[in-house]
Ligand binder design. Structure first.
Ligand SMILES: Nc1ncnc2c1ncn2[C@@H]1O[C@H](COP(=O)(O)OP(=O)(O)O)[C@@H](O)[C@H]1O
Ligand SMILES: [Mg+2]
Length: 314
């Protein structure tokens, strides 16, 4: 059997109980007790509060948390037989919050003790697959070792499968992943991420992978109002704000930007704000003799956006 080959050193085996250390502590019998002991509610509240929109995604995360809380209560009464499968697939366009939500998910899993550490290791094909024969297995195992006790986030996971090349090393990485996803799912959660359509195609040719994914979450694109709200949050975080008339100009900017190629939702918002800050800085830099107030230094004005290329075309 290949099984032991991929059993990484220093990790727990699937047969051990999920919660040995807490067994002597007061065993929760109510949902409230589990929530209180795990402090998971704080993470769920943060998720709710920090992230704009994403209503269906937030609900799914709550549902998964509920499943785990009930699983804990079952375990405490000796009912649970197996760690639930928690591997997930996050589909959606770039910048829709997949990586961000994955990090929160890792924290939820950690608080509920489904993983020991709760860190997130984000990788793409190149981190897993080698260029030469014999390089892929050690590369993939190294990544798995780093991710053990947390979440392995594989971005654009479908690139692991190259149908045009029968001897592609990606297949080797997939096979190792499948083994570990099955045998060490009590201490590693794998999240596959990428575009919905490509992921569907990937699953069609990799039914083994599909069968190991318990939760499919589809991230919708943000609308203008949500993107505008995301922008305000990002600015506040960095001690900036939109000055008079700027929110209106930013909405105009968004509408134009959304119609352009390579629009990447919240990521495009972040990039637009970075550029606006650069322009604000040059604008202030030019006024070498003027004493700059807090307001000057923190305000993004319409001019800082209107200088964008977006407003020049058309
Ligand atoms: N709902 C949201 N509310 C606030 N910020 C968000 C939201 N979604 C994404 N962001 C921000 O947008 C950027 C891109 O998000 P990310 O999670 O990397 O997207 P993806 O992984 O889907 O490409 C990050 O800086 C993130 O903080
Ligand atoms: Mg991402």
């Amino acid at each position: 059997m290949k099984e032991s080959l991929y059993n990484l050193p220093g990790t727990r085996s699937a047969v051990q109980p999920a919660e040995p250390a807490d067994a002597t502590a007061t065993q929760a019998r109510t949902v409230a007790e589990v929530l209180q002991q795990s402090q998971v509610e704080a993470v769920l509240a943060e998720l709710e509060h920090d992230l704009v929109g994403l209503v269906p995604i937030k609900q799914r995360i709550r549902d998964i948390a509920a499943l785990l809380v009930i699983d804990k209560l079952r375990l405490n009464l000796g009912l649970a037989a197996q760690t639930p499968t928690l591997h997930m697939c996050f589909t959606g366009n770039p910048g829709t919050g997949k990586t961000t939500v994955a990090m929160r998910m890792a924290e939820v899993l950690h608080r509920l003790k489904y993983v020991r550490k709760g860190h997130l290791v984000a990788v793409t094909r190149d981190d897993l697959v080698g260029q030469y024969i014999g390089h892929t297995a050690p590369k993939t195992r190294e990544v798995l070792k780093k991710a053990m006790g947390g979440v392995l986030f594989i971005d654009e996971a479908y690139y692991l499968h190259r149908p045009e090349n029968e001897r592609d090393y990606g297949q080797e990485a997939i096979e190792i992943l499948l083994q570990v996803m099955e045998n060490q799912r009590d201490d590693l959660v794998v999240i596959l991420a990428g575009y919905k359509a490509r992921m569907d195609t990937f699953f069609q040719s990799n039914p083994g992978m599909r069968s190991r994914i318990a939760h499919h979450l589809d991230f919708p694109d943000y609308n203008v109002a949500e993107l505008a709200q995301i922008a305000e949050r990002m600015l506040t975080e960095q001690n900036y704000s939109f000055g008079e008339g700027t929110p209106e100009v930013f909405r105009e900017y968004l509408k134009k930007r959304m119609a352009q190629p390579h629009f990447a939702n919240a990521r495009s918002v972040r990039n637009a704000l970075d550029r606006a800050r650069l322009r604000q800085a040059s604008r202030l830099f030019a006024e070498a003799e003027r004493e700059l107030t807090v307001e000057d230094l923190t305000t993004i004005t319409p001019a800082d956006l209107l200088a964008s290329r977006i407003f020049r075309s058309s």
